[in-house]
Design a protein around this ligand. Structure first.
Ligand SMILES: Cc1cc2nc3c(=O)[nH]c(=O)nc-3n(C[C@H](O)[C@H](O)[C@H](O)COP(=O)(O)OP(=O)(O)OC[C@H]3O[C@@H](n4cnc5c(N)ncnc54)[C@H](O)[C@@H]3O)c2cc1C
Length: 421
């Protein structure tokens, strides 16, 4: 089914992050046909953007590569990237789904040789790195993206330079005229694995994100720390490229706050602890401060917390900072608040402040039919053949998202019995 065709006995998986990959593989490896849709040009979801992941602090490649290989070797899984669901009709066991696939302007003939990228002179903002750097207008989506076919920027595709690049490609893969396609497929069940998106830090006005160059977010910090990121992994300040040796992490930035996200995203404390190790490894004399309301290292991750707590270079302050100001002369963010344990007020200057923003469900362009949400727009399972898995249902770490997706896969298989096929 490698060309994206579905049969009346196919399971549809929407979202190609860790959750969608898991659900697709679990179903396909016990013999079922699976159609895996992903709106990005690559699979892997948010995990692909992490520098390392806790608790083992290995690179995302160690988990993702194995899954990509399993997909490559499984003819029962058909992958459509740049694809989204437009409409779902029918019922459990007998759905029809209309899918739109946006153009990538480079076909599957692409071998990933890189000749087009070398010849391309135009640079555009790099969405994979949160627009923190520039990339060629035709490129691999990131260094080890899967599928490996290149992608061309949609605006650039209209340019004369794009047309000239067609002749650079030895296998004829560049198609600036490519348009979007719509297909309708029959499926028995749908695993909804559309994951999460970072909470918009600009909404937390007192913390100055968007106004102060040296206030960033936890996901941006992952890209800053990555050797494939905009600074080649050097932890420097966005304002002037100065080494970030005094770094503060502010927990619950917008989370557990009725003005923003009322819930706890469960992984932000651990993510900041992990990111504190990035700073301390790079600059052994670095001073890191973590401001927290209370630390939540959810059951089996307490060992990781204890390990990080042993580092004398990390200071822990129980406090939710009131606001951040900026020292106009130095560009240093100044974190202002009161220590809850001592009652002492502080106004501490840093090179860089990282906001630990929470996870919000990713709900852009989702069809209305068959979906039900909780108060925060996480998908609620209703036993109707549309099964939410991973972070589309709840904020989770990778291991828990994988577990929830294995369970979702079993539910999707059970729904097949209710079909007519
Ligand atoms: C700062 C930070 C650091 C983290 N670090 C760690 C860590 O070190 N260890 C750990 O265990 N966890 C970590 N996490 C949590 C981890 O990112 C999640 O557990 C993981 O991303 C969950 O995978 P998912 O597939 O459910 O969601 P996602 O990774 O969000 O994947 C969802 C996929 O669905 C796609 N999609 C969305 N909408 C649509 C649509 N309408 N149609 C088609 N496709 C769609 C998306 O493009 C994406 O590819 C961290 C989280 C944060 C915020």
């Amino acid at each position: 089914m490698a060309d994206g065709r579905a049969t009346s006995q196919t399971i549809l998986v929407v979202g190609g992050g860790m959750s969608g990959l898991t659900a697709a593989l679990e179903a396909a490896e016990v013999g079922h046909e699976v159609l895996l849709l992903e709106k990005n040009p690559y699979l892997g979801g948010r995990v692909a953007q992490l520098n390392k992941y806790f608790p083992k602090l290995c690179t995302p490649a160690c988990g993702l590569e194995i899954n990509f290989q399993r997909i490559r070797n499984n003819p029962r899984i058909s992958v459509l990237t740049m694809a989204e669901v437009e409409e779902i009709t029918g019922q459990e066991g007998d759905f029809r789904v209309r899918i739109r696939q946006n153009p990538r302007f480079v076909s599957e003939k692409c071998t990933g040789c890189g000749d087009c990228s070398k010849a391309c002179e135009t640079q555009v903002d790099d969405p994979f790195n949160f627009n923190l750097g520039k990339v060629k207008a035709i490129r691999s989506a990131y260094e080890s993206a899967y599928p490996h076919h290149y992608i061309m920027d949609a605006d650039f595709a209209k340019s004369d330079e794009a047309k000239k690049l067609v002749s650079v490609c030895k296998v004829g893969a560049i198609e600036p005229e490519m348009t979007s396609k719509t297909v309708e497929v029959p499926v028995t069940s749908i695993v909804w694995a559309t994951g999460w998106q970072p909470y918009d830090a600009e909404k937390i006005h007192p913390y100055g994100f968007g106004r102060f160059a040296n206030v960033t977010t936890n996901m941006r910090f992952e890209r800053l720390a990555s050797r494939f990121g905009p600074t080649g992994g050097k932890l420097v300040r966005p304002s002037d490229g100065k080494e970030a040796r005094r770094v503060a992490f502010i927990q619950c930035a917008g989370s557990r706050d009725h003005n923003h996200l009322a819930y706890c995203s469960r992984i932000c404390c651990l993510a900041s602890m992990k990111q504190a190790t990035y700073v301390r490894e790079q600059y052994p004399d670095a001073e890191v401060t973590i401001y927290y309301i209370d630390l939540r290292a959810m059951d089996r991750y307490e060992g990781f917390q204890k390990k990080v707590e042993k580092d004398p270079g990390i200071r822990w302050i129980k406090s939710k900072p009131a606001r951040i100001d900026e020292d106009a002369a130095t560009g240093n963010p100044i974190v202002i608040g009161e220590n809850t344990l001592t009652g002492i007020r502080y106004a501490d200057a840093y090179d860089l402040v990282v906001l630990a923003t929470g996870m919000q469900p990713s709900v852009d362009n989702v069809p209305a039919q068959g979906m039900q949400y909780d108060d925060y727009r996480f998908v609620v399972n209703q036993g109707n053949g549309i099964i939410a898995s991973g972070c589309s249902a709840s904020p989770l770490d990778v291991a828990s998202a994988v577990q929830s997706s294995t369970a979702a896969s079993l539910k999707a298989i059970q729904s097949m019995a209710k079909g007519k096929g």
